[in-house]
Ligand binder design. Structure first.
Ligand SMILES: *Cc1c(COP(=O)(O)O)cnc(C)c1O
Length: 382
């Protein structure tokens, strides 16, 4: 790396900057706001603004760009999930809003397919809701959902992952049909479902009451998220928020989940950029970076290298690497550990439940793709 100032601001503190070959993950910083996002945020510094007003206008602007009825800015997609469950339980009843997370007297169960339990479902419980699984590990049927809906059901949650569709899961179409026939809300986690562009907001257009999107995937600060939904649902989500706590003097569960005015403006700029971006250029760049990571790895005995062709979602392309311990003397995890121990540390991962290393280009600055490929190749040099 020619740039000697790389990571200096972190080094001054004694913290160690890393090369991020993992992708858009919260733990490494999520995203780098784009120049037009930073410029908009800097402009937001120049004046104060009544946040209830800004939230409404920013939500309107995003809703229009994404083609959904309404939108609201939250403290990450995680907070959007929490506020959505609060809205599903307390609605617009101020007494109930102030009673959460104590849910007595409210419908408080969120149904989720056993097959769809996932890392972020904890965010659905924080406002006091209880998660109730339905279906089996093997599959989920329409009947499973019919049977699971009861007098305490506040919503059915659905986890949308279009790049890895699950044919054994109950579809979102059926989930919406059955839930709505029983007067039950449908919430969707579509945090990374932002490409192809017609997928951005699609679940709400299909009839879901709410979906979240993580702004970390859009080149906004990773501390922002989008709640998209019906006008009624988004209005109720707003009532649970920190802005409502202060502006309406109604003490909802969302108070600790603040969003800065600069972040709100930054998220609007990031959505505008995303909707008008030349995505072909974005995809070509990601593919090239992956090729550059792969190039030094070709032909190393015991190292199988495969490109990932997916372009759906937030993180196009990628590289899978499988090392044969019998030939190389290293496991996949040992490769990951050695890369992290190097200087500068290179972060990659073996994803949970998998036995291979996955690299993504999302978090790589210019030139780092080549460094990553070389650093991996060096591990195998005798
Ligand atoms: C990243 C992510 C979240 C959490 O989003 P934050 O904006 O980091 O709070 C939730 N769900 C999924 C599927 C995600 O990928």
């Amino acid at each position: 790396m020619a740039d000697t100032s790389w990571g200096e601001i972190y080094k001054e503190l004694g913290a160690k900057p890393v090369i991020n070959a993992t992708g858009s993950v919260t733990m490494l910083g999520g995203s780098t706001p784009f120049p037009e996002v930073k410029e908009a945020m800097a402009q937001a510094d120049g004046a104060y603004i009544y946040l209830l007003d800004l939230q409404e206008k920013a939500g309107d602007a995003i809703a229009k760009m994404v083609d959904v009825p309404a939108a609201y800015l939250t403290s990450g997609a995680g907070s959007a999930l929490t506020l959505a469950t609060a809205a599903a339980m307390a609605g617009d009843d101020d007494d109930k809003i102030q009673q959460l997370p104590n849910t007595s007297g409210m419908k408080n169960e969120i149904l989720i397919q056993t097959r769809q339990r996932y890392w972020y479902d904890r965010c659905l419980e924080l406002a006091g809701a209880t998660l109730v699984d339905f279906g089996s590990e093997e599959e989920t049927t329409a009947e499973d959902l019919e049977k699971a809906i009861g007098p305490n059901t506040a919503a059915v949650h659905y986890y949308a992952v279009e790049q890895e569709p699950d044919p054994q899961a109950l579809s979102l179409e059926q989930t919406i049909e059955i839930a709505h026939a029983h007067g039950v809300l449908v919430t969707v986690d579509a945090a990374g479902q932002i490409y192809p562009l017609e997928n951005f907001g699609k679940y709400v257009r299909m009839g879901a009451d709410f979906q979240c999107v993580a702004a970390k995937y859009l080149g906004a600060p990773q501390s922002v998220g989008l709640a998209l939904g019906s006008e009624e649902m988004i209005r109720k989500i707003g009532l649970q928020s920190f802005a409502s706590y202060e502006g309406r003097r109604v003490r909802g569960i969302g108070r600790p989940q603040k969003v800065d005015r600069q972040e709100i403006i930054g998220a609007v700029a990031a959505v505008r950029r995303w909707m008008t971006l030349n995505h072909e250029v974005r995809l070509i760049d990601a593919e090239q970076k992956c090729r550059n990571m792969m190039a030094p790895l070709m032909g190393i005995p015991g190292v199988k290298v495969e490109s990932i062709a997916n372009i759906i979602g937030h993180q196009p392309y990628g590289v899978n690497i499988e090392v044969d311990p019998a030939v190389t003397g290293m496991t996949n995890q040992e490769v990951v550990d050695r890369l992290k121990a190097g200087d500068p540390p290179v972060w990659t991962r073996v994803r949970e439940g998998e036995d291979r290393i996955t690299l993504h280009a999302f978090g790589l600055y210019p030139g780092e793709d080549e460094v990553v490929g070389q650093r991996i190749a060096e591990l195998f040099r005798k």
